[in-house]
Design a protein around this ligand. Structure first.
Ligand SMILES: C[S@@+](CC[C@H](N)C(=O)[O-])C[C@H]1O[C@@H](n2cnc3c(N)ncnc32)[C@H](O)[C@@H]1O
Length: 267
């Protein structure tokens, strides 16, 4: 079973009927939707950190349209090869990939963690068999060397926390955009397209790359799909509403998805 620790004193948390408690009697209520909030108020940088409700609605509609299903399948294939007993999805959002991973690996003990409470409330509707957590990737609420696998799709992560939490031999899958990802859309939204930052700038000691691949395929998107795709990303607030309207009105065919998937192993 995936174990949790108290965010205040780092002692193990024991589950009760509707409440988790540590040896120092710090307690955390299980919300009616089923999630556990382990994000301390002093660790929040804003009142409502993480993605906005509008972004979450767009993302859920786009992902449920199946447009990134090949990505979910590749994630399951890469992570499933070692049959991890425990897995944490870091920055899981509204839980699309977490739920797919749980379907593919029903015997694994899986948790999804996000800093956005709204995201986790949506995620709770995807599965009752996943431990949903409000928390930050900067302070993972899990014991040292306790995870067999971690996943991070388009979310921030902390190398220190991943190194601390992964078991020796544990694996971590990072998924992010390749430079070509959604390029023809970005060319329509901006006068000049910003270069995509490298997914991994410098690899810390203690982790080695065991698989590095780019998944490429093309999408034909309707106006509604495009509105959701723009709305679920920073393009929704970075690009001008006029440019967005023009793209959405015409639709887009042959839009290239280019996702980089890097699988790392803890020594
Ligand atoms: C681009 S979304 C990706 C969500 C999900 N992995 C997916 O691909 O559908 C980034 C997510 O990271 C979350 N996030 C941002 N900062 C975070 C942090 N420090 N700790 C945990 N989650 C964070 C946001 O709330 C958002 O849900």
């Amino acid at each position: 079973m995936l174990e949790l620790i108290c965010p205040l004193c780092q002692q193990p948390l024991q589950p009760g009927a509707n409440r988790w408690v540590c040896a120092n009697n710090h307690s955390y209520d299980q919300a009616r939707q089923g999630y556990l909030n382990l994000l301390l108020v002093q660790h929040k940088n804003s009142r409502q950190p993480g993605d906005t409700a509008a972004m979450l609605t767009s993302r859920q509609a786009f992902l449920d349209g199946g447009h990134y299903q090949p990505v979910a399948e590749r994630i399951c294939q890469l992570l499933g090869a070692t049959e991890p007993a425990t897995l944490l999805d870091m920055g899981c959002g509204e839980g699309y990939y977490t739920a797919r991973v749980k379907q593919a690996m029903p015997d694994s003990s899986i948790a999804g963690l996000d800093i956005s409470k709204d995201a986790i409330i949506k995620a709770c509707r995807r599965s009752r068999d996943i431990q949903w957590l409000v928390g930050s990737t900067a302070r993972l609420p899990v014991p040292d060397a306790s995870l067999d696998a971690a996943l991070c799709v388009f979310s921030p992560w902390s190398w220190e926390e991943c190194l601390r939490s992964l078991k020796p031999g544990g694996q971590m899958l990072l998924v992010g955009p390749h430079a070509d990802h959604l390029l023809s859309l970005r060319e329509k939204l901006y006068d000049s397209v910003h270069p995509t930052p490298e997914l991994i700038k410098a690899l810390p000691e203690g982790l080695e790359i065991v698989n590095d691949q780019t998944l490429r395929y093309a999408l034909d998107l309707t106006s509604a799909d495009l509105a959701n795709l723009i709305g679920m990303t920073p393009h929704g607030f970075r690009s001008s509403p006029e440019r967005q309207r023009a793209v959405v009105e015409t639709g887009l065919t042959g839009l290239e998805v280019a996702m980089r998937l890097v699988l790392l192993q803890r020594s």
